[in-house]
Design a protein around this ligand. Structure first.
Ligand SMILES: CC(C)(COP(=O)(O)OP(=O)(O)OC[C@H]1O[C@@H](n2cnc3c(N)ncnc32)[C@H](O)[C@@H]1OP(=O)(O)O)[C@@H](O)C(=O)NCCC(=O)NCCS
Length: 200
């Protein structure tokens, strides 16, 4: 079992725990809810992550985000994703614990004006580190619509692998799409983390 050895090692770990190269994770603030609600209700985003494109009143979606992001218990972390350069809010990400323990579901939304810039991949990596190195999870999984090739590419790059498919789960524009189940185990993540550390 790995052990933290001294004060400096602990501080170095803490300093980088929520910080990547271009994005960092922080608590969700009251001022963030307007953008989160707007992104959640945007049909161009909705078709990528929900079963129906059905905007809900801002107060209602704000209340959902307020509950999802409260961080009241240690095992369901949820963060705002902010850009290091200018502190701009660019997304939100969380880990939802499974009832049977040591497994969590990863959820993420990057605002449409910020997608395709590598921020999602970096956020996935930060959340995986948080899940495995901080929470001691054994498994992190996610569900994604099979046609969401941008999301799947980001998840694969961060280390998730496809584990299975539920066929014809989602229906938009008169066409069906599969739901893809992806996952990563702690052993797989630690190997990747140690490889990355030796490359630094
Ligand atoms: C899914 C999401 C988190 C990915 O984050 P992102 O910052 O956009 O992704 P990245 O820029 O880190 O990586 C995107 C990857 O897809 C590729 N890509 C970019 N735009 C693409 C597009 N329009 N179609 C297909 N692939 C695309 C990129 O080349 C990159 O792959 P690579 O690293 O192998 O080159 C983000 O797009 C998002 O939140 N989208 C809106 C909602 C959503 O899809 N949620 C997922 C629910 S499961």
């Amino acid at each position: 079992m790995r052990r933290l050895t001294d004060t400096d090692a602990a501080i170095a770990y803490g300093t980088n725990l929520l910080r990547g190269e271009r994005v960092y994770l922080r608590e969700v603030r009251e001022a963030d809810f307007e953008a989160l609600a707007r992104w959640w209700n945007d049909p161009a985003t909705t078709v990528l992550q929900q079963a129906t494109a059905r905007p809900v009143p801002e107060a209602s979606v704000t209340e959902r985000f307020r509950q999802w992001t409260a961080n009241n218990t240690p095992n369901d972390p949820s963060f705002a994703v902010a850009r290091i350069d200018d502190d701009a809010l660019i997304g939100q990400a969380g880990l939802i614990p499974a009832p049977h323990g040591r497994t969590a579901e990863f959820v993420i939304i990057i605002g449409p004006e910020h997608t395709g810039n590598g921020y999602g991949t970096e956020t996935c990596r930060l959340m995986l580190r948080f899940g495995f190195a901080e929470l001691g999870l054994h498994r992190i999984e996610l569900r994604v619509w099979g046609y969401n090739t941008r999301a799947i590419a980001a998840y694969q790059r961060a280390g998730f692998v496809e584990e299975g498919r539920r066929r014809d789960v989602v229906f938009h524009n008169g066409q069906y799409g599969d739901e893809v189940i992806m996952g990563i185990l702690e052993t797989e993540w630690w190997i990747r983390a140690e490889e990355a550390a030796t490359q630094d």
